[in-house]
Design a protein around this ligand. Structure first.
Ligand code: DC
Length: 226
């Protein structure tokens, strides 16, 4: 990683608030942001659209190798069904290998020549960028994550079935944590931020204080201007 690129890795389970936190930190720091989940979602969506089984390793690996990063703005990527397919393709080692280069290139050569990057996902601090300058493991109890996700869905006008979001999160957690290939886990040197009893502003303030503590640049360093 060139010294010029300051890498912030944020990992955590589904609906822990990684995306919101990562986006806000990136905006605040003037860094580029990569939501790595979108890459897995794009692979899942490509398979669903082609009528293929997301669990089929060959089709999934082929979709990952031909991924067009220009299509990551498609709103269908955010759909719940796409998230489920993403969690299935993410367990396939060939898919993970195909997406690794893109993520590492993003980290070492941020778009727009930004001074740094914030990348959120499940294995950023452990596998993709093990030498990241700052690593945050964002967590929250599964019930509170389900309640936040349900509120988000209701705010979007979507109908929710009692208990379904919680069951879905529990299934995704189990798949993400128990798979053999790059399972979700906390890096030994990650700062653990449990947001069960925190709102988004508190989580942001804590994360920013930690990132500042990791910046060795001093005044004029990449994260000094805050
Ligand atoms: O964060 P998300 O819900 O958009 O992620 C979708 C799925 O992709 C999730 O089930 C786990 C997987 N994923 C992963 O395995 N590794 C990452 N770095 C990011 C996401």
């Amino acid at each position: 990683m060139p010294a010029s690129s300051f890498v912030v890795a944020i990992d955590g389970p589904t609906a822990s608030g990684k995306g919101t936190l990562a986006k806000r930190l990136a905006r605040h720091l003037g860094f580029a942001h990569l939501d790595s989940g979108l890459l897995y979602r794009a692979v899942g969506l490509a398979l669903l659209r082609a009528g293929k089984d997301p669990a089929d390793p060959q089709s999934a690996a082929a979709a990952a190798r031909s991924l067009d990063p220009g299509g990551l703005g498609d709103p269908a990527l955010r759909a719940e069904a796409t998230g489920r397919a993403a969690s299935v393709v993410a367990a396939i080692p060939e898919v993970r290998a195909a997406l690794l280069d893109f993520q590492r290139r993003f980290a070492s050569s941020p778009p727009g020549a930004a001074a740094g990057v914030v990348i959120d996902g499940r294995d950023i601090g452990t596998v993709v960028c093990p030498a990241a300058d700052a690593k945050i493991f964002l967590d929250a109890g599964v019930e509170i994550r389900a309640a936040r996700r349900e509120k988000e869905l209701r705010d979007k006008g979507a109908a929710t079935i009692e208990g379904a979001v919680l069951r879905d999160l529990q299934e995704r957690d189990a798949r993400d944590r128990n798979r053999a290939a790059s399972p979700l886990m906390r890096a030994d040197d990650a700062f653990v931020l449990d947001t069960t009893d925190m709102d988004a502003d508190q989580a942001f303030a804590e994360a920013l204080a930690y990132i500042r503590s990791r910046s060795s640049g001093g005044p004029g360093g990449p994260v000094a201007e805050m």
